[in-house]
Design a binder for this molecule. Structure first.
Ligand code: UD1
Length: 372
């Protein structure tokens, strides 16, 4: 059954891909988006990639009148509007709390008055902090924050009390959250607030924990964009990618079109209200590998990445998704291989204007003492 769907943050990277997916499946899509200059540039024009079929309401999710207008006649809501820089959240604390936490509260108050058939909220792997690990004795333990003294010695891996290495394993939804940044805190807050209010007012709600999403339309001008886009724009500017720690930290990279499909399944699958799902590829790659693959795809193998042996405050060592719950309950089946995905990102990037200044959040973080 075609539905009328609101995506908050629908002009952004993930929201716009979701809009494409929903339109393809016969739904009508409205986006509420403030066209933030950090993402959309100073002239804040409707992005050319946004399908003309999407009805764009330019407005702020913190503005309850705009939210109420956007909710008119809508059957379901995806709440994707958020500020997404982990490092930035550590100094724009009030702003992150306003845009991520307070705006969710504003949306929920409006939803209580205009209930919908389903609310889907974008949560994040960042809420786990470190992922799940196995000890040498085979016991599964949540990863702990690495002590600063250890990191200052450039000893990057997690160890148990006796100093023995811990081995990372896929992280399931049941892993206890460890909130290590204001961003992570705000994402957990969004997720819980939606589930709590959804349950109380019988608005069927689903929370999706996104892993490291990449693909075309990733904001290049935004220094807090993901590592893959950062490396690619550095390489296109003939600058070496800067790799934190030793580059052997592992992440789960999921292509944005696979992610969008998972988001649609969360709308259309019956009986999943109140549940939380990891959306990742289920595969892991080291940051070094990411640098190598992107360089190869761009034909820049000659540009050596710089391994800077510094810790970015708030960073975790390893986290990758256990996707079995999403596979079982939603029928989620990521299809785009890492090779295809990187080629797709690079192909898109080569057609963009990448200005002489590749995004560099490092200087800003260093000035604030947020690297070690
Ligand atoms: C974080 C969040 C995630 C959020 C994403 C995008 C955590 C644990 N996760 O992911 O929820 O969706 O940001 O905002 O907080 N790196 C470099 N050089 C760079 C940039 C990054 O080496 O120039 C390294 C980082 O140190 C990190 C890895 O690449 O180890 C991935 O970084 P990034 O893409 O920023 O994402 P996460 O921190 O994993």
């Amino acid at each position: 059954m075609p539905k009328r769907i609101l995506i908050t943050g629908g002009a952004g990277f993930i929201g716009s891909h979701l809009a494409d997916n929903l339109l393809r499946h016969g739904h009508e899509v409205r986006a509420l988006d403030c066209l933030s200059p950090q993402v959309h540039g100073v002239d804040r024009r409707r992005p050319s990639y946004l399908d003309p079929e999407v009805e764009l309401i330019e407005g702020d999710v913190c503005d309850s009148a705009a939210v109420r207008r956007a909710l008119r006649g809508v059957d379901a809501v995806y709440h994707f509007a958020a500020k997404v820089g982990v490092g930035q959240s550590m100094y724009q604390i009030a702003d992150y709390t306003q845009v991520n936490n307070v705006a969710t509260a504003v949306l929920l108050e409006a939803l209580v008055e205009n209930p919908v058939e389903r609310l889907i909220v974008a949560s994040s792997m960042s809420i786990y902090g470190e992922g799940l690990y196995r000890t040498e004795d085979g016991e599964l333990v949540p990863g702990h924050e690495r002590p600063l003294a250890q990191l200052q010695k450039r000893d990057w891996e997690l160890r148990d009390r006796k100093g023995r290495l811990l081995t990372p394993v896929p992280t399931p939804e049941t892993k206890t959250p460890t909130l290590a940044s204001v961003y992570a805190l705000s994402k957990y807050d969004q997720e819980r607030m939606c589930l709590i209010v959804g349950r109380a007012y019988r608005i069927p709600t689903v929370a999706l924990r996104f892993f490291n999403v990449y693909g075309p339309r990733q904001a290049l001008s935004n220094p807090y964009t993901g590592v893959m886009a950062i490396f690619a724009s550095q390489l296109l500017n003939n600058l070496p990618p800067l790799i934190f720690e030793d580059g052997l930290q592992q992440r789960d990279f999921i292509h944005v079109r696979d992610l969008a499909e998972g988001c649609r399944l969360a709308l259309e699958t019956p009986d999943v209200a109140g549940e939380v799902f990891n959306l990742g590829s289920g595969h892991r790659y080291t940051v070094r590998e990411v640098g190598e693959r992107v360089a190869a795809a761009l034909g820049r193998e000659n540009v050596e990445p710089k391994i800077i042996e510094r810790y970015r405050v708030g960073d975790i060592r390893h986290c990758f998704a256990d996707t079995s719950l999403a596979r079982r309950r939603l029928g989620f089946e990521p299809r785009i291989t890492f090779e295809e995905g990187v080629a797709d990102l690079v192909n898109w990037l080569e057609r963009q204007e990448v200005d002489g200044r590749a995004p560099d959040a490092r200087t800003e973080l260093e000035e604030r003492g947020l690297t070690v």
